[in-house]
Design a protein around this ligand. Structure first.
Ligand code: NAG
Ligand code: NAG
Length: 391
């Protein structure tokens, strides 16, 4: 395929006539600052218009159909081959690549759903607001523009790079789980787009979460021998869990930390508590299954007398360790969960986490991103792809 003539022309003969006024004005004030990142003005328009269009379509998890249709047709219009993968009724992943070779050296991937509630796009004080403006429509827009620019510059060929955009990341990873099981393709390196402030993520902690339910027996507090005090038992067992010093730490991810964020028990000061419970979340730096075994063991020993403590386990997710050494990139530990562990096998030898924007803003009521962060991420994705095609 003649990529430069087909995709190049399509990608850059873009939207000059269709650039909305707010973006034109915004760009006017930004041109001098950011011009180094771009080959030409049309790329800036393209990036901002595309990012805007993505945000203007509400795609709260479960309701991704409209943004899927828009994105699939956008990618086709740029000359890419687009495959749709139906995950559920009206829920589709998108797989796109140049030419006819779906197996590629590099995969760029992120998600098309957002957290609720939806709020619309606007620009104020140099900030671009809107639900998904960071997480993860900034990653979608910059991954796509990076690939189109690389294609039009002749720096990538058929078989080099593919794009995968999935549904449901913010809820349960349904889209990525489905892609992992059913996409019959092969990649050497996968780059996951999430807000990392344009650093390469070193990894993120795992999770072990559980409830403790203690059953006691109520009695008058003057006659404690007639009852079983659930509150004291819960305090004892929680104390042992909190003060255990054998939870594994990790050189990169730091300490395993534990939060007994909810505790409830008893009815009155003069009545032995008949029931007490707690919800605990452990952020695991290393070996979630070992953490689970330590806590199971503590509960088991405590149960030897009354057998009245119930350990109800919710999640055991191992920490994720990423590749993060690429020349000229900073790195950092990320404290949030991603789709990374949901994409298994497929020949993947290395996994990177990278994207524009800050996670602390991503789920907030005033989610926003700076234009310069988008511009930097386009360059970042291009440099990452360049590097991965050369190793
Ligand atoms: C893609 O890779 C898969 C798995 O390695 C292989 O079975 C398939 O034939 C490849 N497809 C193409 C079009 O090369
Ligand atoms: C990525 O990390 C894994 C595990 O640490 C390692 O085996 C692999 O060689 C790394 N890949 C690259 C390209 O550095």
């Amino acid at each position: 395929m003649r990529l430069a003539s087909i995709v190049g022309a399509a990608a850059l003969a873009c939207v000059a006539g269709a650039v909305p006024m707010d973006i034109m004005q915004f760009l006017g004030s930004k041109l001098t600052q950011s011009s180094e990142y771009f080959q030409g003005l049309s790329s800036k328009h393209e990036l901002l218009s595309f990012h805007k269009s993505l945000i203007e379509i509400n795609s709260v998890s479960g309701d991704e159909y409209e943004v899927y249709k828009y994105l699939a047709s956008y990618l086709s219009s740029k000359g890419l081959t687009v495959e749709s993968q139906q995950v559920e009724d009206k829920r589709f992943n998108i797989y796109a690549y140049y030419g006819s070779q779906p197996n590629t050296t590099v995969l760029l991937t992120t998600h098309i759903d957002t957290v609720p509630p939806y709020f619309p796009y606007f620009i104020e004080d140099g900030k671009i607001y809107g639900r998904g403006s960071v997480d993860a429509k900034a990653s979608i827009a910059t991954q796509v523009v990076a690939l189109l620019e690389l294609l039009s510059a002749g720096k990538v060929q058929e078989g080099d790079v593919a794009l995968l955009f999935v549904v449901g990341e913010e809820v349960n990873g349904a889209g990525m789980h489905y892609a992992s099981e059913h996409l019959p393709y092969h990649w050497d390196h996968a780059v996951f787009g999430e807000p990392t402030e344009n650093k390469l993520g070193v990894g993120h902690k795992g999770v072990y979460s559980f409830n403790l339910e203690v059953e006691g027996k109520a009695s008058h507090s003057g006659y404690p021998e007639l009852g079983i005090d659930a509150n004291s038992k819960l305090i004892d067992v929680l104390g042992k869990i909190i003060h255990n010093d054998e939870y594994p730490a990790d050189e990169l991810l730091g300490k395993t930390t534990l939060n007994p964020g909810f505790i409830q028990g008893g009815v009155a000061g003069n009545v032995l508590s008949a029931h007490a419970s707690s919800k605990v979340v452990v952020r695991v730096a290393n070996n979630a299954h070992k953490v689970r075994d330590i806590i199971r063991n503590i509960v088991q020993i405590e149960n030897e007398q009354y057998n009245n403590i119930n350990l109800i386990e919710h999640q055991v997710f191992e920490p994720v360790y990423l590749n993060y050494s690429i020349p000229n990139f900073e790195s950092g530990v990320m404290a949030y969960f991603t789709d990374v562990p949901n994409l298994k096998d497929h020949g993947i030898r290395s996994r990177y986490l990278y994207g524009p924007g800050t996670i602390t803003l991503a789920h907030s009521a005033d989610e926003y991103i700076y234009f310069d962060d988008l511009a930097r991420a386009v360059r970042g994705y291009k440099d990452i792809v360049d590097y991965l095609l050369s190793v």
